[in-house]
Each structure stands twice: as structure tokens, then as C-alpha cells.
Design a binder for this molecule. Structure first.
Ligand SMILES: Cc1ncc(COP(=O)(O)O)c(C=O)c1O
Length: 363
């Protein structure tokens, strides 16, 4: 029996050709290929400034530096997200304030944010988990009222939309990941997107240890920063992946739809779908079930790999005290990711569906 892995992506001849082109031209570290990739992303997302980063985590860290997060600040983060959403702010000395998610959608419940705002609130980081949009209009209204920054964690939401366009382009800064389990990948990588020239200039300096160079090549130390440079070899892969991005989007939608039709008939689990008709892009296929561990073993016994969803953040003692967050706790306890991905064969999906249909939960 052939094993089905929980995630399938692809790297092919075009990536190999582009990487070899970059190497032949000695374009290794950040240079013209990176600039081309940034410009292609900026065009396709319709956002004026895109800057590459070594990872989505680094993008979030750069964003926190750009808005000046530091000790004494509070940053509100959903309790259900990958912990990277919180680490940039936490490493800069800010206090992480956790908020629960909406009951039926594991994304930040913006109605809870109001009660958590204090004069120290520096930023809110809405995570568009698995392409699901946080209510950005309500959050941006709160931000205008109280004067905090909004930095979108769109690491799982590249090319996902709400009624106002692409997620990750609707706040001060959007942060994206190009890790392996994302719609397009460069192995490691990420980028930030912003509409503000001032923020972009700050990010440019941050990327180069805070050093800016004038037209005569004279350098000035402007602010603290780090080496957050990207690499042309990776950007070459990114350009090849971007060429086939529509195909990849269509495929993840097809996988989601194929599962959705059947999963709604199974009474031992709940499909936590995404709003495809509203423009959201389902990166992963997630279900919740009180029988998660038993189901996971059963599927593994049938050669099918699954992935547990993220742990809730109030388990991280270095970030916060354990608290009462019923929605994120349930999702974290019961959530399971089924085999999916932009190159997951539909026959694999059909086999998983067949095995799921035969499952009988423990009495
Ligand atoms: C919600 C979220 N935030 C941040 C990150 C960090 O991205 P990276 O793994 O590229 O550092 C990820 C990566 O999976 C993520 O899912």
C-alpha cells in the first residue's frame, strides 16, 4: 500500500532551469533575481512595496522592528496560530496578550480585542489561519480609534481574499511565508507587503543592519537592524513557482471541494471549511473531531499521514499564563489536517475519503 503524505508540493524542471541560470550568472545572494521576484509579487498582489525576507518568521520580526515594538508594549495575538506570530514581538520585549478565536472559525475574534486594548497596546497581529480572513474592517476601525498598528500574519494566506482584496495587503504590514507547506515555496523564505513608502524605507534599513547608503555610496547608521537578506537562488525558485500559481490555486480549491462534499455527510467529524465563494483560498483541509487521536491512528494504519493543527499559545509558558480560551482550545485539541497540497493527486484524496467513510468511532 502506497503511503499518502499529508502535504504534497512540487519543484520541477522550470525551478531547476531558473536556479541554474541564476548560478551561471553568479546571482547567489540578494540581487537582481530577488528584485524581480519582489516586483512580480508586488504586481500580482497589487501592493506598491514588497520586500523579501529569509522566512515568514523573519518577516514578522522585521515588521515588529519597523513599527518600533519594545519593552513596555503590549501586542495582541490570537491564541490559535503558529507561535511565530508572537515570537517577533516577544523577543523584542513586548508583552503578548492573547485573544480567543471565533467559535466556528479558528481566527481572531475581533469583538474580543476591544476589551484587551490598553494604553500600552502597540499592535494587533491578526493571523489569517489557513486562508481564513479575520474581520479586517472591524479591526482597522478599532486601530484608527485607539492608535495601534495592525500587522497581518498572512503566512497561510497568500492569494486568499476577502471582499476588499488580498489578505496581507489591508493593514500597516502584511507578512507572508514561502515555507514548504505553503502555496508556493522557495524552501525557506518569506516577504513583507506594505502600502506605506515610509514603512518600506524603514524595512529596507532594518534588512541591512540599519545601515542606509546615499547616492555617493556613503553609509549612515540609521537604526538597529539585522541581516534579513534573501537570496537570488531562492528567488529563482520563487519566480518559477509564481509562473504556475494559478494552477496551484485551482488545485487546492479542487482538493478542498472534493473533501467538502463528502465530509459534510460524516457525523463523527466536522469540516472546518473556508469561504471559497467569498474568495478565501483553502491552503490546507482541516477537520475537528473528538476522536482525533483514534482517527489519526486508524488513518496511519491505512498508510495515510495526517497533521495535528497548532498548539494553542497559552501553553507556552514564556509567552503567557494558561487562560480560558474555549474556542481555540477546542480547535487545537480536535483539529486535524488531512492530506492536501497543490500537488496532492486527487486519487489520493479519493482514497482518503474512502477510508474516512469506512471509519467507525469508538463506542
Ligand atoms: C501563521 C504562521 N505564521 C508564521 C509562520 C512562519 O513562517 P516561516 O515558517 O516561513 O518562518 C508560519 C509558518 O508556517 C505560519 O503558519
Amino acid at each position: 500500500m502506497q503511503e499518502i503524505s499529508w502535504w504534497r508540493t512540487s519543484i520541477g524542471d522550470e525551478e531547476i532551469a531558473r536556479v541554474s541560470e541564476a548560478i551561471s550568472a553568479e546571482h547567489l545572494s540578494q540581487g537582481p533575481v530577488t528584485a524581480k521576484f519582489e516586483s512580480a509579487l508586488s504586481d500580482v498582489l497589487g501592493v506598491p512595496y514588497v520586500m523579501s525576507a529569509p522566512s515568514g518568521s523573519a518577516a514578522l520580526f522585521m515588521a515588529m522592528l519597523a513599527i518600533g515594538v519594545g519593552p513596555g508594549d503590549e501586542v495582541i495575538v490570537p491564541n490559535m496560530t503558529w507561535i511565530a506570530s508572537a515570537h517577533g514581538a516577544a523577543l523584542l520585549g513586548a508583552k503578548i496578550v492573547l485573544a480567543d478565536t471565533v467559535a466556528d472559525r479558528p481566527v481572531l475574534d475581533v469583538t474580543r480585542v476591544r476589551d484587551l486594548i490598553t494604553p500600552k497596546t502597540k499592535a494587533v497581529i491578526p493571523t489569517h489561519l489557513n486562508g481564513r480572513a479575520v474581520d479586517m474592517e472591524a479591526l482597522n476601525r478599532l486601530a484608527d480609534e485607539h492608535g495601534f498598528h495592525v500587522v497581518e500574519d498572512a503566512c497561510q494566506a497568500l492569494f486568499s481574499k476577502n471582499g476588499n482584496g488580498y489578505l496581507g495587503t489591508q493593514s500597516d504590514i502584511g507578512c507572508f511565508s514561502l515555507g514548504v507547506t505553503k502555496l508556493i515555496t522557495t524552501g525557506q523564505g518569506g516577504f513583507v507587503a506594505t502600502r506605506s513608502e515610509e514603512t518600506y524605507r524603514a524595512l529596507q534599513a532594518i534588512k541591512m543592519h540599519g545601515v542606509v547608503t546615499d547616492e555617493d555610496g556613503r553609509e549612515t547608521y540609521l537604526r538597529p537592524g539585522f541581516n534579513f537578506k534573501y537570496a537570488d537562488i531562492l528567488a529563482a525558485i520563487g519566480l518559477a513557482q509564481l509562473d504556475r500559481v494559478e494552477e496551484r490555486q485551482e488545485h487546492v480549491r479542487a482538493v478542498h471541494e472534493r473533501y467538502a462534499r463528502v465530509l459534510e455527510r460524516l457525523d463523527y467529524l466536522e469540516h472546518i471549511g473556508v469561504d471559497v465563494d467569498g474568495g478565501e483560498l483553502p491552503l490546507w483541509v482541516e477537520v475537528t473531531t473528538p476522536y482525533r487521536e483514534a482517527l489519526r491512528s486508524y488513518l496511519a494504519g491505512n498508510g495515510i499521514e495526517t497533521q495535528r493543527v497548532h498548539l494553542h499559545l497559552d501553553l507556552a509558558a514564556h509567552l503567557a499564563e494558561p487562560g480560558i480560551y474555549p474556542n481555540s482550545h477546542r480547535f487545537s485539541r480536535e483539529g486535524l489536517i488531512l492530506p492536501c497540497g497543490p500537488s496532492q493527486p486527487l486519487e489520493n484524496v479519493d482514497r482518503v475519503i474512502g477510508v474516512l467513510s469506512d471509519y467507525r468511532p469508538p463506542a
